[in-house]
Write a new protein. Structure first.
Length: 105
């Protein structure tokens, strides 16, 4: 039964990745709100000084969720597995410090 739910979570994760997440590095997601100072074009970017931001990639967030997967719904586990794998496929997945984006203040 759990495998069925995990598979359902994987299908939801693949659908979400295809519809919402950007196709390439540095692109904006389909849903891309900006709420200064934490969210810029749908990406979590926290200012650390006047010229740099720390980018928390979605794979980091869902990887953290997977650390506690024993307590989670299997659908969430399947969804998180997809988002971690998808996020690690970008070539910039380990670039955490970025220049402050234009218009981000």
């Amino acid at each position: 039964m759990n495998l069925l739910y995990i598979t359902f979570g994987i299908i939801i994760g693949l659908t979400y990745s295809y519809i919402v997440l950007p196709p390439g590095e540095k692109d904006c997601p389909t849903i891309s709100p900006t709420f200064y100072p934490i969210l810029h074009n749908g990406m979590v970017k926290i200012p650390i000084c006047r010229k740099k931001v720390f980018h928390i990639h979605h794979w980091m967030f869902y990887g953290f969720i997977l650390l506690f997967s024993y307590y989670l719904n299997p659908i969430v586990i399947g969804f998180s597995i997809v988002l971690v794998c998808q996020g690690l496929m970008y070539s910039d997945s380990f670039e955490f410090f970025e220049d402050i984006p234009i218009g981000y203040s």
